[in-house]
Ligand binder design. Structure first.
Ligand SMILES: Cc1ncc(COP(=O)(O)O)c(C=O)c1O
Length: 481
């Protein structure tokens, strides 16, 4: 491939830097030219050719130097830590669906885990006022005292948990809070116990910490809830962290208090074992299901790290705000990691979050309104898919996902498409033939299922259900064998 030539450099480069320009449409296999008209003798790099070495999966670059020197190989090997991490399938399918929409294909996107509601006005106003009033500077690394105090109040009143502001760290989303906690408590070789189906990022975060994810499957017949006996049988001296998520992404299951108490009794026998309780969907819950914070159970406060955030209940995904609460020793370690990576979260988002927590118990009217809509959508989908032959489900009690077992249809050969052999091929089939984007259960550690996000209007869900049903009926037609 011919090297792309650029004459104009990027204006922000200093006198001693080569002027570099690049075309963002170029792929990693492209050629890019550097020109340095400022210091030609020292930096006479003329061309850089990047090529992939497929066998070693290492990308090497041959750099040609002027002044008759030999070409050198630039080592562009990535860290084994990065190589061990799988990219997110939810992001991949969302990108594929977006590309189809951009190409004019009317795909219904039910893959993303993002509420379709706008951030409530009172929160948005608080953000706007924060900018107007000049709250635009760095905040303390752990978050403003105002917000951490409001979080402590919320945890006391809604979750029966006592924390002081120095036991809270606010981060750029609950995702960051979880990663920091995993990095803070796991040593290389430690085991992180993760019930499956799981949120896609948990095992990868364990790998980033050089720990080993230990996946404990929970079946649809048990409402995808962890069996305490299975947990007990899998704990070893290497077990360091158990990750619980209730209400769950991707299943919508909610752990009843009694089951959490049984799990707590198992955990209590192991002094090395900590628990990370991801409660980000806490407010999106359908009565009679009730949320219980794991740290509120007898003996669990000392070993539990509670994670929550604003993305889901308050429709604030783009504001990027989450937090962790726990014993100071662990939370201070998370704070230290954050201090050397991202520093404090956005000052504007923190002002908005204070307003969110001021909206009343469990988010008040505005959140209750969204939960009512989610519940209506859940009821619609449960009845729509309940009619479908061979499809199994566990009725979600919270969050905004339905995790359906479609494995009855695996093994079907479709003319013009090929074999539907697993959740990934079935999702591809639904996308290509039904124009509905869903996420394969494989991404969540359960290949029998597919996740439908019902963070979309009822009319959109009605149209999607029709398309999925039609695609399923085609699978059963004589054209498929
Ligand atoms: C179970 C679970 N935990 C944590 C997160 C992270 O949320 P955020 O980083 O937006 O606060 C998500 C987002 O999809 C989630 O589904």
């Amino acid at each position: 491939m011919a090297a792309a030539q650029f004459s104009s450099g990027i204006s922000s480069f200093t006198n001693h830097s080569p002027a570099i320009a690049f075309d963002s449409s170029l792929t990693s296999a492209s050629s890019i030219s550097f020109s340095n008209n400022l210091n030609p003798t020292l930096l006479a790099i003329r061309s850089l050719e990047t090529r992939r070495h497929h066998k070693s999966s290492t990308v090497c670059s041959a750099v040609t130097i002027d002044n008759n020197s030999e070409p050198m190989e630039l080592d562009t090997t990535l860290s084994p830590r990065v190589n061990s991490v799988k990219p997110s399938k939810t992001v991949a399918i969302t990108d594929q669906a977006t590309a189809l929409v951009e190409a004019g294909v009317p795909v219904i996107r039910l893959a993303a885990g993002e509420p379709d509601f706008d951030t409530p006005a009172v929160i948005a106003e608080a953000g706007i006022n924060a900018i107007r009033e000049g709250y635009t500077r760095y905040t303390p690394n752990a978050g403003t005292l105002e917000l951490r105090t409001a979080i402590c109040k919320k945890l006391k009143e809604e979750n029966d948990l006592s924390y002081t502001p120095d036991q809270i760290v606010v981060s750029n989303g609950a995702k960051q809070s979880i990663l920091q906690a995993v990095l803070a408590v796991c040593s290389p070789g430690d085991e992180v116990i993760i019930p499956a189906p799981f949120w896609v990022s948990y095992p990868e975060m364990a790998r980033l910490a050089d720990a080993t994810p230990v996946i404990l499957p929970a079946s649809i017949s048990e409402n995808f809830l962890l069996d305490p006996k299975l947990l007990e049988s899998k704990i070893t001296e290497k077990s360091r962290l158990l990750i619980l998520c209730s209400p769950s992404n991707p299943t919508g299951s909610v752990y009843p208090k009694k089951l959490l108490e049984e799990i707590a009794r198992v955990v209590a026998k192991h002094p090395r074992l900590l628990v990370l309780s991801d409660e980000i969907y806490e407010h999106i819950i359908y009565a009679p299901a009730v949320h219980t914070s794991f740290a509120s159970l007898p003996g669990m406060w000392e070993r539990t790290l509670t994670v929550n955030g604003f993305s889901k209940a308050f429709a604030m995904t783009g504001w990027r705000l989450g937090y962790i609460a726990g014993p100071k020793h662990f939370v201070a370690a998370c704070n230290k990691i954050q201090s050397q990576s991202t520093s404090g979260a956005s000052s504007i988002a923190q002002k908005a979050a204070v307003a969110a927590l001021g909206m009343g118990h469990a988010g008040g009217e505005a959140v209750a309104h969204m939960v009512t809509a989610f519940r209506e959508r859940r009821d619609f989908l449960v009845s729509a898919f309940g009619e479908l032959e061979g499809v199994k489900m566990s009725e979600p009690q919270g969050a905004f996902y339905l995790f359906l077992d479609f494995s009855y249809y695996y093994g079907t050969e479709v003319e013009g498409f090929g074999l539907i052999k697993d959740s990934e091929s079935l999702c591809r089939y639904f996308l290509e033939q039904g124009q509905v984007a869903l996420v394969p259960g494989d991404a969540f550690g359960d290949d029998t299922c597919i996740r439908i996000s019902y963070a979309a209007s009822l009319s959109t869900l009605q149209a999607a259900a029709e398309r999925i049903k039609k695609a399923i009926l085609t699978l059963k037609s004589p054209a498929s064998v």
